[in-house]
Design a protein around this ligand. Structure first.
Ligand SMILES: [Cu+2]
Length: 488
């Protein structure tokens, strides 16, 4: 069925090209998402899980489990989730706290959980060497030592990250601090500070996840359901948007200008007004939008600007860069709601260093990085100092989208050669690397020397990661040699 559809689109593209019409196949004729004809349902808000706080220690318990969930109205889909049938609670933690996490595996197979965007010891990072089996628990601990940010957590088992996340193992993670209660910035979780976790899926005829054909799903979910609607009670909303899809890039629009206040790794120095923002798989963005009485909005994913940098017609079609989706309806606010105070014009000083003593090159090609596929027993890079590094990442493929994520790190984009990356301000941990482009990243790592356990860098299109598009680095003391412990 998938092949038939692809063949059909190819025909459309070629026919359009032959008649000299701009190739816009897929805009009006794209497959109808599941649940599209149903009435909107209220946007589910994942519970805010604050754990238990004793002194400075915050303890969480997460259980990865099987379940069923009504993703599409009237259909029970078999799912996986944390502490519930599908997705997981939003974890809340504050800078300076010690976290004691207990994750229990009640799934039928091994998994492990990666805290995406966090700076922490490698033994807590949740790489594939730390997988644990059914009935087992894993109890990582770390101290939160980074600015406020919207992060997330998802599985990272060897060659199965895409499948586990696709089945529903993903949740938001909010890091808070004492420096980010900015004037006019909404921060009432679930009221005006809203998590927007976007996933996509294909379904079989009997309403189950299609796991053979699910990597660019025709149906897009927000917080776990199709066709959600949010009823605002305030004039201003802050949306913490996560692209939790396996490999679908999103071009977020609202039909009105909106304001970006934070990227993956926290607040910008100054809010930036935009008409849209591109989010590759794994990236987050915090946006603020002012609503007008009587006017509803639709958060959408639009066609990717510049086709995502793809020029090859088959690739344009393969990666579905023209697809458009309604994501989240935002109902009109009450007429009586008071206007919010002006949003602060200065947020967090941007203090990225401008130079580094070590430069490394990473060439993404096919499912390889620097001509290698992932090997859990191999250390690809050794970082034996605390200072920043420059990582130059090139997508050598003209006809493939890739992006790049570094664990235990934040980076500033120093430059983009031979391509365009739409939003480069601020601190990131995941970024699109357009076809044939090179991005230069000024990377700061958490410094937790440990020769025994590796961190990962990889393409965050999870299907690519699982096919081997990943490498390992260890952080050690000056002069120290890596000595990987055997997988757990
Ligand atoms: Cu990739």
């Amino acid at each position: 069925m998938e092949m038939d559809r692809r063949t059909f689109f190819k025909g459309m593209v070629f026919a359009a090209a032959a008649t000299g019409v701009a190739a816009t196949a897929g805009c009006s004729s794209q497959p109808k998402p599941r649940g599209a004809d149903a009435d909107p349902r209220p946007l589910p808000i994942p519970p805010l899980e604050q754990g238990t706080l004793q002194g400075n220690v915050r303890r969480f318990e997460l259980t990865a489990q099987e379940g069923e969930y009504e993703i599409v109205p009237g259909t029970n889909t078999k799912t996986w989730g944390f502490n519930g049938p599908f997705l997981g609670p939003t974890l809340y933690m504050r800078r300076g706290e010690t976290i004691e996490m207990t994750v229990r595996n009640e799934l039928p197979e091994p998994t492990v959980v990666h805290w995406h965007g966090l700076h922490l010891p490698a033994t807590a990072d949740g790489g594939p060497a730390l997988m644990f089996g059914p009935g087992e628990t894993w109890s990582p601990t770390w101290t939160v030592d980074q600015p406020a940010a919207t992060c997330w957590y998802h599985p990272h088992p060897h060659e199965k990250s895409a499948l586990h996340a696709y089945r529903g193992l993903a949740g938001g993670l909010i890091i808070d601090d004492d420096d980010s209660a900015f004037s006019g910035l909404p921060n009432d979780y679930g009221v005006d500070d809203i998590p927007v976790i976007i996933k996509d899926a294909n379904f079989t005829d009997d309403g189950q996840f299609d796991e053979d054909n699910g990597w660019l799903g025709d149906t897009v979910l927000v917080n776990g359901i199709t066709k959600p609607r949010f009823e605002p009670t305030t004039q201003r909303l802050r949306l913490r948007v996560l692209n939790g899809t396996t490999m679908r890039y999103l071009h977020l629009t609202l039909g009105v200008p909106f304001t970006v206040v934070a990227t993956d790794q926290g607040f910008l120095e100054n809010p930036v007004e935009v008409d849209g923002v591109l989010l590759s798989s794994g990236e987050r963005v915090e946006i603020v939008v002012d609503l007008e009485p009587g006017k509803k909005l639709m958060l959408r994913s639009d066609a990717l600007p510049d086709d995502g940098g793809l020029t090859d017609k088959d690739a344009v079609e393969e990666f579905q860069v023209h697809r458009k989706f309604d994501l989240l309806e935002i109902a009109a606010p009450p007429e009586t709601v008071p206007a919010s105070p002006a949003l602060a014009s200065t947020l967090v000083p941007f203090d990225a260093p401008t130079s580094a003593t070590v430069t490394r090159e990473f060439r993404l090609n096919g499912m390889e990085i620097n001509e290698k596929t992932m090997d859990m027993s191999r250390v690809d890079e050794v970082i034996d100092h605390e200072g920043p590094e420059i990582w130059r990442v090139t997508n050598e493929n003209s006809a493939m989208l890739h992006n790049f994520h570094i664990h235990n790190a934040r980076f500033a984009v120093q430059g983009v050669e031979d391509g365009d990356v739409e939003f480069t301000s601020g601190w990131h941990d995941t970024i699109a690397v357009p076809p044939l482009a090179t991005v230069s990243l000024l990377v700061e790592f958490g410094y937790y020397p440990d020769p025994t356990t590796a961190y990962m860098y990889h393409c965050h299109m999870l299907n690519h990661e699982d096919k081997g598009m990943m490498g390992q680095f260890v952080v050690v003391k000056p002069g120290e040699k890596p000595a990987l412990a055997p997988p757990r």
